[in-house]
Design a protein around this ligand. Structure first.
Ligand code: SF4
Length: 211
């Protein structure tokens, strides 16, 4: 991604009241999170919404080991469906919610599609603080391109990695606007601004990460 586009996107995000940190790679993103953001927030309870980018930084493993906060795990084959729902509700009461985004526009907007809704819910309301880990490959020219990116890249790839789901895009690699009971794109959310200001912090990572 060109440096001018990254700079333009950061300025737009800041104008939209997001707090932005720029990291050259996933290791630097992890350092920014633990050395700068975490000591400032001092969370006692942390939760997350599924994000391949955040997983790539290794922050979850470090948080799970910490003695100064509780980590709410919302995923896992050891959970029953009822337990997953319980912990996903509890995740909205955490001090800090971590995730990524499906797309980020050069106008500083976040665009996300969600199957269940717990990921976008935590981004919108509940936890006092939100930190999103975002690779520069998620930057799009505008909202239309962001939606297109989700329909042709993020959602089909996400469907493919969930082998227990059945959607047509797993075979076509593009959105068929399906009627599948396993449809991943049930709720679409555009976040225009952070409210309150700086509630949503973004670590923009200068490498392609996530779906
Ligand atoms: S609506 Fe269905 S076909 Fe389209 S990307 Fe989502 S899951 Fe795939």
């Amino acid at each position: 991604m060109e440096a001018e586009i990254i700079e333009k996107t950061i300025k737009a995000l800041e104008k939209n009241n997001f707090e932005v940190f720029f990291a050259q790679n996933r290791d630097e993103a992890r350092e920014v999170f633990f050395n700068t953001i975490f000591p400032e927030i001092k969370p006692t309870c942390v939760s997350w919404g599924d994000s391949m980018t955040m997983k790539a930084t290794g922050v979850l493993e470090e948080i799970e080991k910490r003695a100064d906060c509780v980590f709410i795990q919302t995923l896992g084959d050891h959970y029953t469906a009822a337990q997953k729902t319980y912990w996903r509700r509890k995740a909205l009461e955490a001090d800090l919610f971590l995730s990524g985004t499906n797309a980020l526009t050069q106008q500083g907007q976040l665009v996300n599609a969600d199957m269940i809704g717990n990921r976008v819910a935590g981004m919108i309301f509940g936890p006092k603080h939100v930190v999103l880990f975002i690779g520069v490959n998620k930057i799009t020219a505008n909202i239309e391109e962001a939606i297109q990116r989700i329909r042709t890249v993020a959602a089909p790839l996400n469907a493919i990695r969930h082998t227990n789901l059945r959607t047509p895009c797993q075979k076509t690699n593009t959105c068929m606007d399906c009627q599948s009971p396993d449809r991943l794109c049930n709720t679409w959310v555009i976040t225009e601004k952070s409210f309150p200001a700086k509630r949503v912090k973004i670590i923009l990572i200068n490498e392609p990460l996530g779906l």
